[in-house]
Design a protein around this ligand. Structure first.
Ligand code: CTP
Ligand code: MG
Length: 229
Protein backbone atom coordinates (compact mmCIF):
# COMPACT_ATOMS: atom_id res chain seq x y z
CA UNK A 1 0.00 0.00 0.00
CA UNK A 2 1.41 3.38 -0.99
CA UNK A 3 2.28 5.52 2.02
CA UNK A 4 0.91 8.62 0.34
CA UNK A 5 -2.54 7.23 -0.29
CA UNK A 6 -5.78 9.15 0.12
CA UNK A 7 -8.59 7.16 1.74
CA UNK A 8 -12.22 8.17 1.91
CA UNK A 9 -14.60 7.49 4.79
CA UNK A 10 -18.15 7.85 3.52
CA UNK A 11 -20.54 8.28 6.44
CA UNK A 12 -24.03 7.08 5.64
CA UNK A 13 -25.16 5.80 9.03
CA UNK A 14 -27.64 8.54 9.96
CA UNK A 15 -31.32 7.82 10.35
CA UNK A 16 -32.52 10.73 8.26
CA UNK A 17 -35.22 11.75 10.69
CA UNK A 18 -35.76 15.14 9.07
CA UNK A 19 -36.13 13.57 5.63
CA UNK A 20 -38.76 11.25 7.08
CA UNK A 21 -38.40 8.41 4.55
CA UNK A 22 -39.22 4.88 5.74
CA UNK A 23 -35.59 3.91 5.02
CA UNK A 24 -32.38 5.51 6.33
CA UNK A 25 -31.54 8.66 4.34
CA UNK A 26 -28.68 7.02 2.41
CA UNK A 27 -31.23 4.58 0.96
CA UNK A 28 -33.82 7.15 -0.04
CA UNK A 29 -34.17 7.19 -3.83
CA UNK A 30 -32.12 9.71 -5.75
CA UNK A 31 -32.92 9.17 -9.40
CA UNK A 32 -32.97 5.42 -10.03
CA UNK A 33 -30.73 4.36 -7.15
CA UNK A 34 -30.35 4.73 -3.39
CA UNK A 35 -28.74 8.10 -2.57
CA UNK A 36 -25.58 6.30 -1.36
CA UNK A 37 -24.80 5.26 -4.94
CA UNK A 38 -24.06 8.79 -6.14
CA UNK A 39 -21.34 9.91 -3.68
CA UNK A 40 -19.88 6.39 -3.71
CA UNK A 41 -19.57 6.38 -7.51
CA UNK A 42 -18.02 9.84 -7.52
CA UNK A 43 -15.42 8.99 -4.86
CA UNK A 44 -14.69 5.67 -6.57
CA UNK A 45 -14.09 7.46 -9.88
CA UNK A 46 -11.71 10.01 -8.34
CA UNK A 47 -8.12 9.30 -9.37
CA UNK A 48 -7.00 10.67 -6.01
CA UNK A 49 -8.90 8.16 -3.93
CA UNK A 50 -7.16 4.88 -3.27
CA UNK A 51 -9.68 3.18 -1.01
CA UNK A 52 -13.10 3.77 0.50
CA UNK A 53 -14.66 2.77 3.80
CA UNK A 54 -18.46 2.94 3.87
CA UNK A 55 -20.13 3.49 7.23
CA UNK A 56 -23.69 2.18 7.04
CA UNK A 57 -26.63 2.20 9.43
CA UNK A 58 -26.51 -0.90 11.64
CA UNK A 59 -28.19 -3.73 9.74
CA UNK A 60 -27.68 -2.00 6.37
CA UNK A 61 -24.11 -3.17 5.72
CA UNK A 62 -25.24 -5.86 3.27
CA UNK A 63 -27.49 -3.55 1.21
CA UNK A 64 -24.63 -1.01 1.14
CA UNK A 65 -22.27 -3.60 -0.33
CA UNK A 66 -24.94 -4.46 -2.90
CA UNK A 67 -25.13 -0.79 -3.92
CA UNK A 68 -21.34 -0.75 -4.35
CA UNK A 69 -21.53 -3.88 -6.50
CA UNK A 70 -24.43 -2.54 -8.51
CA UNK A 71 -22.47 0.55 -9.58
CA UNK A 72 -19.24 -1.40 -10.06
CA UNK A 73 -17.34 0.49 -7.34
CA UNK A 74 -13.92 -1.12 -7.10
CA UNK A 75 -12.29 0.71 -4.19
CA UNK A 76 -14.57 -0.19 -1.27
CA UNK A 77 -12.40 -2.11 1.20
CA UNK A 78 -14.80 -2.25 4.13
CA UNK A 79 -18.37 -1.52 5.13
CA UNK A 80 -19.01 -1.13 8.84
CA UNK A 81 -21.93 -0.13 11.03
CA UNK A 82 -21.97 3.43 12.33
CA UNK A 83 -22.69 4.75 15.80
CA UNK A 84 -25.21 6.98 17.55
CA UNK A 85 -23.57 10.24 16.43
CA UNK A 86 -21.79 11.32 13.27
CA UNK A 87 -18.45 11.43 15.11
CA UNK A 88 -18.93 7.88 16.37
CA UNK A 89 -19.68 6.78 12.83
CA UNK A 90 -16.51 8.46 11.55
CA UNK A 91 -14.55 6.79 14.33
CA UNK A 92 -15.90 3.38 13.30
CA UNK A 93 -14.82 4.09 9.72
CA UNK A 94 -11.36 5.33 10.69
CA UNK A 95 -10.61 1.99 12.33
CA UNK A 96 -10.87 0.39 8.88
CA UNK A 97 -8.54 2.89 7.16
CA UNK A 98 -5.09 1.29 6.73
CA UNK A 99 -2.27 2.59 8.93
CA UNK A 100 -0.35 3.53 5.79
CA UNK A 101 -2.95 6.02 4.57
CA UNK A 102 -1.52 9.53 4.53
CA UNK A 103 -4.75 11.47 4.07
CA UNK A 104 -8.36 10.79 5.05
CA UNK A 105 -11.26 12.44 3.24
CA UNK A 106 -14.42 12.29 5.31
CA UNK A 107 -17.61 12.75 3.34
CA UNK A 108 -21.34 12.84 4.14
CA UNK A 109 -23.38 10.50 1.96
CA UNK A 110 -26.09 13.14 2.42
CA UNK A 111 -24.09 15.38 0.03
CA UNK A 112 -24.38 13.19 -3.05
CA UNK A 113 -22.83 15.49 -5.67
CA UNK A 114 -19.08 15.60 -5.02
CA UNK A 115 -17.28 17.75 -7.62
CA UNK A 116 -13.75 16.57 -8.42
CA UNK A 117 -12.45 20.16 -8.28
CA UNK A 118 -13.32 20.37 -4.59
CA UNK A 119 -11.26 17.26 -3.82
CA UNK A 120 -8.33 18.81 -5.69
CA UNK A 121 -8.60 22.08 -3.75
CA UNK A 122 -8.66 20.20 -0.44
CA UNK A 123 -5.65 18.07 -1.28
CA UNK A 124 -3.63 21.03 -2.49
CA UNK A 125 -4.28 22.79 0.84
CA UNK A 126 -2.83 19.76 2.63
CA UNK A 127 0.11 19.99 0.23
CA UNK A 128 0.70 23.51 1.59
CA UNK A 129 1.18 22.02 5.05
CA UNK A 130 -2.23 22.41 6.68
CA UNK A 131 -3.50 19.69 9.03
CA UNK A 132 -6.89 19.78 7.42
CA UNK A 133 -8.97 21.50 4.76
CA UNK A 134 -12.72 22.11 4.49
CA UNK A 135 -14.87 23.40 1.63
CA UNK A 136 -17.05 26.36 2.50
CA UNK A 137 -19.47 28.83 0.95
CA UNK A 138 -20.37 32.37 2.00
CA UNK A 139 -23.61 33.08 3.83
CA UNK A 140 -26.42 35.06 2.28
CA UNK A 141 -28.40 35.76 5.45
CA UNK A 142 -27.50 37.88 8.45
CA UNK A 143 -26.48 35.57 11.27
CA UNK A 144 -27.36 36.28 14.89
CA UNK A 145 -26.73 34.41 18.08
CA UNK A 146 -30.07 34.01 19.76
CA UNK A 147 -29.99 31.68 22.78
CA UNK A 148 -33.51 30.97 23.98
CA UNK A 149 -34.94 32.85 20.99
CA UNK A 150 -33.70 36.29 22.09
CA UNK A 151 -31.02 38.07 20.07
CA UNK A 152 -27.78 38.32 21.98
CA UNK A 153 -25.44 39.33 19.18
CA UNK A 154 -25.17 39.91 15.44
CA UNK A 155 -22.13 38.20 13.99
CA UNK A 156 -19.88 39.73 11.35
CA UNK A 157 -21.03 37.94 8.22
CA UNK A 158 -17.85 38.83 6.33
CA UNK A 159 -15.95 36.45 8.62
CA UNK A 160 -18.45 33.60 8.51
CA UNK A 161 -18.62 30.61 6.19
CA UNK A 162 -20.91 27.59 5.91
CA UNK A 163 -18.85 24.43 5.87
CA UNK A 164 -19.46 21.35 3.72
CA UNK A 165 -17.86 17.97 3.18
CA UNK A 166 -15.67 16.28 1.95
CA UNK A 167 -13.19 17.41 4.59
CA UNK A 168 -9.55 16.33 4.20
CA UNK A 169 -7.09 15.67 7.00
CA UNK A 170 -3.60 14.39 7.54
CA UNK A 171 -4.49 10.87 8.70
CA UNK A 172 -2.45 10.96 11.91
CA UNK A 173 -3.92 14.31 12.92
CA UNK A 174 -7.49 13.07 12.45
CA UNK A 175 -6.84 9.85 14.37
CA UNK A 176 -5.24 11.78 17.25
CA UNK A 177 -8.15 14.23 17.33
CA UNK A 178 -10.59 11.35 17.67
CA UNK A 179 -8.44 9.58 20.28
CA UNK A 180 -8.40 12.70 22.45
CA UNK A 181 -11.95 13.98 21.82
CA UNK A 182 -14.08 14.86 24.84
CA UNK A 183 -17.62 13.48 25.06
CA UNK A 184 -19.11 16.82 24.03
CA UNK A 185 -17.01 16.80 20.85
CA UNK A 186 -18.58 13.50 19.88
CA UNK A 187 -21.74 15.55 19.23
CA UNK A 188 -19.91 17.75 16.70
CA UNK A 189 -21.53 17.93 13.28
CA UNK A 190 -18.23 17.86 11.40
CA UNK A 191 -14.73 16.43 11.76
CA UNK A 192 -12.96 19.74 11.57
CA UNK A 193 -14.45 20.62 14.98
CA UNK A 194 -12.42 17.82 16.56
CA UNK A 195 -9.23 18.76 14.72
CA UNK A 196 -9.70 22.45 15.64
CA UNK A 197 -10.18 21.52 19.30
CA UNK A 198 -6.93 19.55 19.15
CA UNK A 199 -5.13 22.65 17.89
CA UNK A 200 -4.95 21.64 14.24
CA UNK A 201 -4.69 24.24 11.46
CA UNK A 202 -7.57 23.88 9.03
CA UNK A 203 -7.65 25.75 5.74
CA UNK A 204 -10.92 26.89 4.17
CA UNK A 205 -11.14 26.25 0.42
CA UNK A 206 -13.89 27.24 -1.99
CA UNK A 207 -16.89 24.96 -1.65
CA UNK A 208 -19.57 24.26 -4.21
CA UNK A 209 -23.33 24.82 -4.31
CA UNK A 210 -23.72 21.27 -5.66
CA UNK A 211 -22.44 19.98 -2.31
CA UNK A 212 -25.62 21.01 -0.59
CA UNK A 213 -26.78 18.53 1.99
CA UNK A 214 -29.99 16.58 1.74
CA UNK A 215 -31.76 17.20 5.02
CA UNK A 216 -35.44 17.70 4.11
CA UNK A 217 -37.62 16.42 1.25
CA UNK A 218 -37.24 19.83 -0.46
CA UNK A 219 -33.43 19.38 -0.40
CA UNK A 220 -33.83 15.99 -2.02
CA UNK A 221 -35.83 17.58 -4.83
CA UNK A 222 -33.18 20.28 -5.31
CA UNK A 223 -30.34 17.76 -5.46
CA UNK A 224 -32.36 15.58 -7.83
CA UNK A 225 -32.79 18.62 -10.12
CA UNK A 226 -29.01 19.26 -10.00
CA UNK A 227 -28.39 15.60 -10.79
CA UNK A 228 -30.57 15.76 -13.89
CA UNK A 229 -29.51 19.28 -14.86
N1 CTP B 1 -24.28 10.27 10.05
C1 CTP B 1 -23.73 9.05 10.43
N2 CTP B 1 -24.00 8.53 11.67
C2 CTP B 1 -24.80 9.19 12.54
C3 CTP B 1 -25.38 10.43 12.16
C4 CTP B 1 -25.10 10.95 10.90
O1 CTP B 1 -23.00 8.44 9.64
N3 CTP B 1 -25.05 8.64 13.72
C5 CTP B 1 -24.04 10.78 8.71
C6 CTP B 1 -25.31 10.83 7.87
O2 CTP B 1 -25.57 9.56 7.29
C7 CTP B 1 -25.02 11.93 6.88
C8 CTP B 1 -24.04 12.84 7.63
O3 CTP B 1 -23.58 12.10 8.75
O4 CTP B 1 -24.40 11.44 5.71
C9 CTP B 1 -24.70 14.15 8.05
O5 CTP B 1 -25.74 13.89 8.99
P1 CTP B 1 -27.24 14.40 8.84
O6 CTP B 1 -27.41 15.18 7.61
O7 CTP B 1 -27.65 14.96 10.16
O8 CTP B 1 -28.00 13.01 8.56
P2 CTP B 1 -28.96 12.21 9.51
O9 CTP B 1 -28.41 12.20 10.89
O10 CTP B 1 -29.19 10.90 8.84
O11 CTP B 1 -30.30 13.05 9.42
P3 CTP B 1 -31.23 13.56 10.64
O12 CTP B 1 -30.30 14.38 11.53
O13 CTP B 1 -32.31 14.33 9.99
O14 CTP B 1 -31.71 12.31 11.34
MG1 MG C 1 -28.23 14.06 12.01
Amino acid sequence: MASDGVWAVLVAAGRGERLGDDRPKAFARLGELPMLAEPLRRLDESDWVEGIVVVAPAGWEEPSILVAEQIGASKVSACVAGGETRAESVRAGLVEVPEEAAVVLVHDAARPLVPGEVVERLLSALGEGYDGAVPAVRLADTIKRAPGGVVAETLDRAELVAVQTPQAFVAGVLRAAFDNASNSLLLATDCSSLVEAAGGRVKVVEGDARLQKVTTPADLERVEALLNG
